[in-house]
Design a protein around this ligand. Structure first.
Ligand SMILES: NC(=O)c1ccc[n+]([C@@H]2O[C@H](COP(=O)([O-])OP(=O)(O)OC[C@H]3O[C@@H](n4cnc5c(N)ncnc54)[C@H](OP(=O)(O)O)[C@@H]3O)[C@@H](O)[C@H]2O)c1
Length: 344
């Protein structure tokens, strides 16, 4: 009989944690025991799993050893991972971390299973496998097959990122502001999750600005893409928050080392793993956030040649940030890790 694992989900009742629980069930992950963990604030609460309710336990330094946790999926913020992931590793647990904390650590693999699954084998260097930023994951899934065929040189990307990228409270802020707007009591002075009101607005700032004029979110896309693709790719990003709940969209302009044909590129992407092509402009068929909600695939459309340069392509890429951009990628890493253990 194949082995089953004790799996902890850290941040189990958060926006990403809840999706991880759904994914573990949907993908029939071999679980012996599920251990949902969160802060002391969540003690007394439960999560639904496997047809029942499981009590949330407090995340402590000793819980991984006490519960004999084999795999821990962390999504409770960077500072929580910084503090508690080392305790998990010490207890012999493999950590799959959704936060940015370990992503650029040179000994920690940063993995998108469709792009660099071989890097999972490096997990023993730190005991941790990092999950990339949500905007990076869906983008590199679309870049990889095109880079293999046409030698990608440069990416220019503008994102349209949903409020759920900033967690549950950020989604609630959008909903509350919508309700306040319709009740004629919208108060612009009190945004919490974002620097400005998000309702009826778009905000060209995600995370903090750094000295070079870019935001940390934008620089994550630059640095993580290079690490995952094992290649220096010129990349410039403008990350924008938009008033949607779920699903990040990206307008990509790609420059290649040779001429590229949009029809051939579309066929390559059609064959790529976990990519769905929605590209019938005459029928208004293209990817949009509401179509990709709750899906585990990345949707690509509006694939077209540049008007002026034969080595450039443009396209629109959309995926569910809580799934593809977080939970699905993390659980797929866990699945591959399990496969690797089986094959010795
Ligand atoms: N949202 C996305 O699209 C996305 C994508 C990729 C990565 N991520 C990353 O995933 C992490 C979580 O994001 P989220 O969107 O799920 O946030 P969220 O909805 O705010 O949920 C946060 C979760 O973390 C728990 N938590 C917070 N502080 C804790 C502590 N000190 N000890 C233990 N648990 C604690 C919370 O439990 P309590 O209620 O008990 O505090 C809750 O379960 C972040 O680092 C984020 O950057 C998010």
């Amino acid at each position: 009989m194949s082995k089953k694992y004790n799996v902890a989900v850290v941040g189990a009742n958060g926006a990403v944690g809840e999706e991880i629980l759904l994914l573990l069930e949907e993908l029939n992950f071999p679980i012996n025991k599920l251990i949902p963990l969160a802060s002391v604030r969540s003690i007394g609460k439960t999560v639904e799993f496997g047809g029942g309710d499981i009590a949330i336990k407090e995340l402590t330094h000793t819980v991984f050893e006490e519960e004999k946790v084999d795999i821990a999926l962390f999504s409770a913020g960077g500072s929580v991972s910084a503090e508690f992931a080392p305790s998990a590793v010490k207890a012999g647990t493999v950590v799959i971390d959704n936060t940015s904390h370990f992503r650029m650590d040179k000994n920690t693999p940063l993995v998108v299973p469709e792009v660099n699954p071989e890097d999972i084998a490096l997990w023993e260097q730190t005991g941790i496998i990092a999950n990339p930023n949500c905007s990076t994951i869906q983008m590199v899934q679309a870049l990889k097959p095109l880079d293999d065929a046409y030698n990608l040189k440069r990416v220019d990307v503008s994102t349209y990122q949903a409020t759920s990228g900033a967690g549950k409270s950020a989604m609630e802020e959008l909903v509350t502001q919508m309700q306040d707007f319709f009740a004629f009591k919208l108060d612009d002075s009190i945004p919490k999750a974002f620097p400005h009101r998000i309702v009826l607005n778009v905000i060209p700032q995600i995370d903090k600005f750094i000295e070079n004029g870019y935001t940390k979110e934008e620089m994550k896309m630059v640095n993580e893409t290079t690490k995952i693709m094992h290649k220096e790719i010129e990349l410039s990003a403008t990350c924008v928050r938009v008033p949607t709940l779920r699903g990040h969209a990206e307008a990509l302009t790609l420059t290649f080392g040779c001429d590229v044909d949009a029809d051939k590129a579309r066929e390559l992407l059609r064959k790529a793993p976990n990519i769905i092509i929605l590209d019938e402009p005459s029928e208004s068929i293209y990817p949009m956030p509401y179509i990709c909600m709750d899906k585990n695939e990345t949707f690509v459309g509006r694939i077209r040649n540049d008007n002026f340069r034969k080595n450039m392509l443009h396209m629109f890429v959309v995926a569910d940030n809580l799934r593809v951009g977080a939970a699905t990628n993390a659980v797929r890493i866990a699945q591959k890790w399990v496969e690797m253990q089986k094959n010795g």
